[in-house]
Write a protein that binds this ligand. Structure first.
Ligand SMILES: C[S@@+](CC[C@H](N)C(=O)[O-])C[C@H]1O[C@@H](n2cnc3c(N)ncnc32)[C@H](O)[C@@H]1O
Length: 282
C-alpha cells in the first residue's frame, strides 16, 4: 500500500505542477477509478495493485496533466443524487447546475407532473428529476446525436423520454401546448467572444457552450417554448452566463407571460439562473 500512496503523492505533485487546482482530488479519483473502489476507501484496499495498475495510472495522470478532463478519463460524473456517463462529444454536467436542480425538486408540482428538460445533454437534469419524481412524465430534448447517445445510456431503466430536436424549430411538439408543469434548461449560454478555460475550449462541444453574440440565442428559444408549453401556474428555470442575469430577466418579463420572475445564484454565489411562473391569465 505504501507504493500506491507514493504513486498518488507523485501524481498529485505532477498535476499541481501542470496547474491543476484540484490536483490531489484528481490523483485520488483516477486511482480509485482504476482500482474500482471509492476514493475514500483507497487506504483500505486489501491487496496492493499490480504492475498493470501503475502503468495505466501513469498514462491517465499524464493525460490529465495535458488537461484531458477528469470525467473523460473516469467516464463518469456525479450530479446531485445521480452518477452519469460522460465522455468526448457531450457536455460534462457542472456543479453550478445543481442549484437549479435543488430549486426544481422543491417546486410543488402535481404527482403526475409533466416536466421538460430542454438541451438535456447527458440527461443530467432529467435523470436527477426522475429520481425525485417517480410518477412524473419527464421529457429530455437535445439536437446532438453524440449527446443523445450518452443520454440514452444514462436514462436506461428510467422513465425519462428522449426527443432529438432542435429547439429553434417553429411549432415544435404542439401536443405539449399548455400541458407542461415545469420547464428546466441549461442551454448553451456563453457569449461567443468570451474567453473560456483550456479544458472547455478543447474538450466541451462548442455547440453545447456558446450561445451567440450575447449568449442569449438559445435561451430565447427556451423562453419562447416555455411560454407556449407551460400551463398557467407552470414554472420555468433557465440557466445563464454570470454576466447575463439582467438580460434573462428582461427577456422573460418582456414576453408578458410570466410573473414571480426571480434571479437566483449558484452554490458559489454567482448569478446563474432565473425562475418564473406562467401567469394564470396567460
Ligand atoms: C450546456 S449543455 C447542457 C447539457 C445538460 N443540460 C447539462 O446541464 O449538463 C447544452 C446542450 O444543449 C444542446 N443544444 C444546443 N443547441 C440546441 C438546440 N438548438 N436545440 C436542442 N439542443 C441544443 C447541446 O447539444 C448540449 O447538449
Amino acid at each position: 500500500m505504501t507504493s500506491l500512496r507514493h504513486a498518488i503523492d507523485s501524481a498529485a505533485a505532477l498535476l499541481a505542477e501542470a496547474g491543476i487546482d484540484s490536483a490531489r482530488w484528481d490523483a485520488e479519483q483516477l486511482a480509485a477509478h482504476l482500482t474500482g473502489t471509492d476514493r475514500g476507501l483507497l487506504a483500505l484496499l486489501d491487496n496492493a495493485p499490480g504492475q498493470e495498475f501503475f502503468e495505466q495510472y501513469r498514462e491517465v495522470v499524464a493525460a490529465r496533466s495535458r488537461r484531458v478532463p477528469l470525467q473523460h478519463l473516469t467516464g463518469a460524473v456525479s450530479f446531485g443524487p445521480v452518477e452519469l456517463r460522460v465522455g468526448p462529444g457531450v457536455f460534462i454536467p457542472r456543479p453550478e447546475t445543481e442549484a437549479l436542480l435543488e430549486w426544481a425538486i422543491t417546486q410543488p408540482l402535481p404527482q403526475r407532473a409533466v416536466i421538460v428538460d430542454l438541451c438535456t445533454g447527458s440527461g443530467a437534469l432529467a435523470v436527477a428529476l426522475a429520481r425525485h419524481r417517480p410518477a412524473a412524465r419527464i421529457i429530455g430534448v437535445d439536437d446532438s446525436e453524440a449527446a443523445l447517445d450518452y443520454a440514452r445510456r444514462n436514462t436506461e431503466g428510467s422513465h425519462v423520454e428522449l426527443i432529438g430536436a432542435d429547439i429553434a424549430t417553429p411549432a415544435l411538439l404542439p401536443e405539449l401546448d399548455r400541458q407542461v408543469d415545469l420547464v428546466v434548461a441549461n442551454p448553451p449560454y456563453v457569449p461567443d467572444n468570451a474567453t473560456v478555460g483550456a479544458e472547455v475550449a478543447q474538450y466541451d462541444p462548442q455547440h453545447a457552450v456558446f450561445g451567440g453574440p450575447d449568449g442569449m440565442v438559445v435561451i430565447a428559444h427556451v423562453v419562447r417554448l416555455a411560454g407556449r408549453w407551460l400551463r398557467p401556474g407552470g414554472r420555468l428555470a433557465v440557466e445563464h452566463d454570470d454576466t447575463t442575469s439582467a438580460l434573462t430577466v428582461e427577456l422573460i418579463s418582456g414576453t408578458g407571460l410570466f410573473e414571480n420572475i426571480v434571479a437566483c445564484n449558484d452554490l458559489a454565489g454567482r448569478p446563474r439562473f432565473v425562475t418564473a411562473t406562467k401567469r394564470e391569465t396567460s
